[in-house]
Design a protein around this ligand. Structure first.
Ligand SMILES: [Zn+2]
Length: 324
């Protein structure tokens, strides 16, 4: 630490000396380095360490929730082409070297290189085309996969809000003790030094399906991307269910895991975990999840009496036990 301070002092002096012709700039630079030194000293101080130690259990809880959310993001529907084996494809056509349009063709998972008619059609009727060209059948296992995805990804979205709320509450609880300058100018570093893991707010975990057309000459190209976000997942669950009903020519006996059903179960259980009894009334930023009492993987159905509200902590424990 002493070395780093010495380095900063040296840099500040060099900077100041080199721009004596422009004193206002020198003042800014010196102030910057002075602040950096202050920051360094503060984050090593006993006072800061005491705050950090006092709230470490809360931060650990936040980080556990963060890990839980990251685990939920990894919900697969089994369309990842890397699971279907490898091959080595080359297009040696001569025009391939000249026409830049072909460079856009992605040989990535979930890309369908198709005719223009198919690409345009996928725009008008996205889910039907996704099912047809990416091989999703209207059957119970497929439907269940999309329902799980909807359920888990909604928990991720809710979880991000819970996590932000919980983190802000923790930061607010110590704001009186942390110096103003640190709170104002070192917010990110403060969070890091306290031990918070970064929250990933991106939604790149939503699977997406791309239809891509490139003309024979390579000049014309269109593409259409369908992202399986929450609205599309709701639509997909209903679409697959309609397909199943048509085949069976009888209405399905079970409920559909949609956003509407999740909301209904949360209201029915009064936003209270059926395992440990904690509720959003007691913990406003609590992440609640809708859980199958008998898991789908063990033959459990999506019926109201097989669904319950669990807090993320209980659901995480249950998941860990089941996977052993
Ligand atoms: Zn619980």
């Amino acid at each position: 630490m002493v070395k780093r301070i010495a380095l900063y002092v040296l840099l500040a002096l060099v900077a100041a000396a080199s721009i004596t012709a422009a004193p206002p700039i020198a003042v800014v630079i010196i102030a910057f380095f002075a602040f950096k030194i202050y920051e360094l000293v503060y984050f090593r101080s006993a006072k800061f360490m005491a705050i950090k130690n006092r709230i470490s259990a809360h931060i650990q809880d936040c980080n556990d929730l963060n890990d839980h959310i990251e685990e939920l993001k990894v919900t697969h529907i089994g369309t990842d082409m890397t699971r279907r084996g490898h091959s080595d494809y080359h297009d040696n056509s001569k025009w391939n070297f000249k026409r830049s349009g072909f460079k856009k063709i992605a040989n990535a998972p979930n890309v369908c290189n198709c005719s223009r008619i198919v690409c345009d059609g996928s725009r008008k009727d996205p889910l039907r085309y996704v099912c047809k060209y990416f091989g999703f059948k209207a059957d119970e296992p497929t439907l269940a996969k999309f329902e799980t995805m909807l359920n888990n990804f909604t928990a991720v979205e809710d979880g991000k809000k819970s996590l932000t709320g919980e983190k802000n509450d923790i930061l607010a609880s110590i704001s009186q003790e942390v110096p103003f300058l640190i709170r104002k100018f070192s917010k990110k570093l403060l969070e890091k030094k306290l031990g918070f893991k970064d929250i990933d707010f991106s939604d790149t975990y939503y699977p997406s399906f791309k239809f891509q057309y490139v003309s024979a000459g390579g000049n014309a190209s269109t593409e259409n991307t369908i992202v399986m976000d929450i609205p599309n997942l709701n639509a997909m669950v209903n679409y697959l269910n309609d397909g199943i009903k048509r085949k069976k020519s009888a209405a399905g006996q079970r409920a559909l895991m949609t956003s509407a059903l999740r909301k209904h179960i949360l209201e029915r259980d009064n936003y209270t975990c059926r395992q440990c009894g904690i509720s959003t009334y007691a913990e406003p930023h609590l992440l609640l999840e809708v859980d199958h009492i008998i898991p789908v993987s063990k033959g459990g159905m999506t019926t109201e009496d097989n669904l319950q509200v669990l807090c993320w902590r209980c659901n995480r424990t249950k998941g860990a036990k089941l996977s052993v």
